[in-house]
Design a protein around this ligand. Structure first.
Ligand code: IPM
Ligand code: MG
Length: 369
């Protein structure tokens, strides 16, 4: 049976990196006996331009039917002044919410060839391999009330609401513990239980899930601000970090930067498995739309291509194929190919398409050996 993939290229460099990733899909179709059907649908700013909404119902419906969504990026300065409900980001948030994508997996892996590209000392980041598990459909992103009102004296008052239930914390904790079992068997749970009641509940629930279901995994608790500091001080102390939606947003950008380039990092957003084992899933490079370099063929396609590798692993059960993509990326970096964002002296500077050419060639070689 063919896997169905919905492509939502979106804005900025999104279309460029998705186009290159389609070439990698094509390679797997031709060489690894992997059947895909693909379809494209508008989301974000481009959807707003053409359809008047950043979150077209047709796109959401297609995403719900697809086995996996491969998402480019949304947003750009062009849409900065739009009202909140029309902003490109609404499209992404709607997909997360409507598809129930509560578990966001953000690996921060430092490729050996890039350990000097980080702004941190190489010894701090070399060999870094951490996984941030971010809760994605709750917390302050979606809590109600979320509104701006005008007070009697004419001032405005804006409210976002941080809210978590036991169930929401339990299910994200389980994802983190299960993934930790497959790696270093350590989970650090980050919250602000010193100032937030949601943090107190978070700590209690994670502790209870751990004691009852995952005694073989090592659990530690860390305040989110301290976690931010520890990430630049000694990031390798962490294996899996589980945290809420907002802290996860911030900590995952920080973790990404440790690795030298945000242009390298993929992500997966997963829903709950239904009775038939089906699981909604969206795969996305975490770099965003990078409007400053859009349309110039400069973007690094690696994060998007590695996002496809995550789809192979988590949605299609093709672990060997996922590793093949990852090895190919490793190889081209070792060979010295660099897009502008990771360029270093003495390396070969390439654009978006040439980087993909190199990856496809590496795939050919790895597949033959
Ligand atoms: C991310 C992004 C999004 C978020 C934006 C684009 C809505 O920063 O995926 O981390 O805040 O979640
Ligand atoms: Mg973010």
């Amino acid at each position: 049976m063919a896997h169905s993939i919905l492509l939502t290229p979106g804005d900025g460099i999104g279309p460029e990196v998705i186009e290159e990733t389609q070439r990698v899909l094509g390679w797997f179709r031709a060489n690894r006996n992997l059947a895909f059907t693909t379809e494209s649908a508008p989301i974000g700013g481009i959807a707003y331009e053409t359809l008047g909404t950043p979150e077209p119902v047709e796109t959401i419906a297609k995403a719900m039917k697809a086995d996996a969504v491969l998402f480019g990026a949304v947003g750009g300065p062009k849409w900065d002044s739009l009202p909140f409900e029309k902003k490109p980001e609404r499209g992404l948030l709607r997909l997360r919410k409507d598809l129930g994508l509560f578990a966001n997996l953000r690996p921060a892996l430092c490729f050996d060839a890039l350990k000097d590209a980080s702004t941190l000392k190489p010894e701090i980041v070399s060999g870094l391999d951490i996984l941030i598990v971010r809760e994605l459909t709750g917390g302050v992103y979606f809590g109600e009330p979320k509104e701006t009102t005008t007070l009697a004296d004419g001032q405005k008052r804006a409210v976002d609401t941080q809210v978590y239930t036991t169930h929401e914390i339990e299910r994200i904790a389980r994802v983190a513990f299960e993934l930790a079992r497959l790696r270093g068997k350590r989970v650090a749970s980050a919250e602000k239980s010193n100032v937030m009641v949601t943090g107190v509940l978070w700590r209690q629930v994670v502790t209870a899930v751990h004691a009852k279901e995952f005694p073989d995994v090592q659990l530690s608790h860390v305040l989110a601000d301290n976690c931010a500091m520890q990430l630049v001080r000694n990031p390798k102390q962490y294996d899996v970090i589980v945290t809420d939606n907002l802290f996860g947003d911030v900590l995952s950008d920080e973790a990404a930067q440790l690795t030298g380039s945000i242009g390298m990092l993929p992500s997966a957003s997963l829903g709950a498995k239904d009775a038939n084992g089906r699981q909604a899933a969206l795969y996305e490079p975490i770099h965003g739309s990078a409007p400053d370099i859009a349309g110039q063929g400069l973007a690094n396609p690696i994060a998007c291509i590695l996002s496809f590798a995550m789809a192979l692993r988590y949605s299609f059960g093709r672990i060997e194929d996922a590793k093949l993509v990852e090895s190919a990326v490793d190889r081209v970096l070792a060979e010295g190919f660099r897009t502008a964002d990771i360029m270093q002296p003495g390396m070969t500077r390439v654009g978006t398409a040439a980087m993909t050419d190199a990856i496809l060639k590496a795939l050919d070689r790895l597949n033959q050996s």
